[in-house]
Design a protein around this ligand. Structure first.
Ligand code: 5GP
Length: 190
């Protein structure tokens, strides 16, 4: 998606540890017009997939996932993060290691919001090693819902997430694919 790539080049900064900072348009201050275009693009890519719900993890997945859900005309569910869960009877849960925060969190979705008739689209802001997506796939499996696809705003293709997802056979669509962040420079996959 050219509009997104242009914005990454203009406004993204590369931090140590292969972290791309995009907090002035994606995950702190949010460019709502760009998010709308991102939502439209995912909705176009996955139209015809009979998606019933869009699922993400709080908090930075919410903006692109919300716009995607709006354009698909379906509800958005965001898994909630907790330090560690004790009472889990009415929750689907998974443990996710955060790439940027370097801590593990349990994520959870209330059982009322997913059922076996659902066909979900997973959306997230970034794909690094695939931990967040894996947590959502685990929840989908236990909830017995079908996963129609995974939509990622910015994929760091030099990390392990893509190959992990490819092994599951689930369709993956990324709007910007980064080949390298070496020397503080963003290089896209051709
Ligand atoms: P993964 O679970 O795939 O290892 O990492 C994905 C999650 O970590 C995303 O939800 C995102 O919040 C965060 N993340 C991973 N890499 C980056 C990055 O380069 N920049 C930012 N801002 N967040 C990232």
């Amino acid at each position: 998606m050219d509009l997104l790539k242009k914005r990454i080049v203009e406004d993204g900064t590369v931090l140590p540890g292969n972290v791309l900072k995009v907090d002035n348009f994606l995950n702190h201050q949010v460019d709502t017009k760009l998010m709308d275009e991102i939502g439209k693009e995912f909705a176009k890519l996955f139209e015809g997939e009979k998606i019933t719900k869009v699922v993400t993890v709080e908090s930075s997945g919410i903006a692109p996932a919300l716009m995607t859900a709006l354009h698909l005309g379906v509800p958005l569910i965001f898994a909630r993060k907790h330090k560690s869960l004790t009472l889990t009877d009415n929750l689907y849960t998974a443990t996710v290691y955060s790439y940027t925060k370097r801590v593990s969190n349990d994520i959870s979705v209330d059982k009322r919001f997913l059922n076996s008739e659902d066909r979900i689209l997973i959306i997230d802001d970034f794909l690094a090693n695939g931990q967040a997506v894996q947590g959502l796939l685990e929840i989908a499996k236990v909830a017995n819902v079908q996963v129609a696809g995974i939509g990622i705003v910015i994929e760091k293709s030099f990390q392990k997430g893509r190959s992990m997802i490819e092994k599951t056979g689930v369709r993956l669509e990324s709007l910007a694919r980064i080949a390298s962040l070496e020397n503080q420079k963003v290089t896209f996959v051709e």
